[in-house]
Design a protein around this ligand. Sequence first.
Ligand SMILES: Nc1ncnc2c1ncn2[C@@H]1O[C@H](COP(=O)(O)OP(=O)(O)O)[C@@H](O)[C@H]1O
Ligand SMILES: O=C(OP(=O)(O)O)[C@H](O)COP(=O)(O)O
Length: 399
Amino acid sequence: MKTVDNYNFAGKKALVRVDFNVPLDKEYNITDDTRIRAAVPTIKKILADGGAVILMSHLGRPKTGPEEKYSLKHLVNRLSAEFGTTVKFAPDCIGDEAVALAQGLQPGDILLLENLRFYKEEEKGDPAFAEKLASFGDVYVNDAFGTAHREHASTAVVARYFPKDKVTGYVMQAELDNARRVLENAERPYTAIMGGAKISDKILIIEKLLDRVDNLIIGGGMSYTFVKADGGQIGSSLVENDKLDLASRLIAMAKDKGVQIMIPVDSVIADAFSNEANVDTCLSHHIPENWMGLDIGPTAREQYADVIRNSKTILWNGPMGVFEMSNFSVGTEFVADAVMEATSRGAYSLIGGGDSAAAVNQMGYTDKVSYVSTGGGALLEYMEGKTLPGVAAIERDDY
Ligand SMILES: Nc1ncnc2c1ncn2[C@@H]1O[C@H](COP(=O)(O)OP(=O)(O)O)[C@@H](O)[C@H]1O
Ligand SMILES: O=C(OP(=O)(O)O)[C@H](O)COP(=O)(O)O
């Protein structure tokens, strides 16, 4: 492996792709800094060698250019405090100002570039955009495990401009080492728990996981696409209508493969997406019009906890409900409790994803599970046996 440990950064400018896609509240305070803390050792290694660091990341999923709530400037104070230096900020990730700031960097300096996704070229993997980013550094470091499943300009394409000087960081190495252990040696019963809101990304992964797991537990916003596909009435719950056929096929496929697929029998419902909304409980197949499922219900909780407690390997990505709101956090807490209990009895529990890590931290369980990964989708894709583009771009000489 080409890693930061085998590279001397003295006198070099390191272009470091990190995953600083952290949750922010309405006042733009960081509500969970797991991904920032994770990136610190790599940055410190570069600085200790006598290098300078140019940090680049995305934040959220901006659709049409710059937006205040997706600005990485909200992270500057946190980073400056962490490193005991004033972290410089380029308010545009490319262009004259960024060029001048990068050129002026001295050993020990840190520059943070504005959100790469303010340019559509980032997600398109545009080579000209990647080349502009590449011009800032002498060496490319990819430490963004959470985004390693994306073949974007900054996560993969940029590596082409550093044929000899490209390495992975400590986050990437630790994550891959840990995930590989589970991938190659999962004790049974093996249970995957999937939830959250990124349905179209994660539903595709289920098919591959069906070849590996004994139980597949579905919760969170993803549930209602399955409930609707199964003929249920889901009110105004989150749904991806173009994935209904796929959801039906997955239910049938699980039966064929002898995998127990679990969809929440009941849900906590609300008449608005708010903690102040009216709240009730009902069967997930009979959610009234204009009400939405925002958490798994009391029966589903018990059923899920039962299966989890009896598992020997647990892979969990995505909260069971809108855990950020106290009225809809019980399902996630229940599942977290069961994961913790199974772990204390010797199971290996791997929990991944920005929001999932935040949920586990919020409950104080981080040290009571086997490993908390900074990646959600990336972890799942790796666990289905895929080569991650962000890793391939570093490892392959011909990328
Ligand atoms: N039933 C639901 N309806 C709408 N959103 C939900 C529901 N359940 C969970 N969510 C939201 O899903 C988000 C996390 O999804 P996701 O990004 O897929 O997870 P992770 O970041 O852990 O990979 C959380 O913000 C949570 O509020
Ligand atoms: O938060 C992330 O992934 P996750 O929600 O799967 O944990 C990563 O930063 C990737 O973000 P993306 O799914 O918008 O490419």
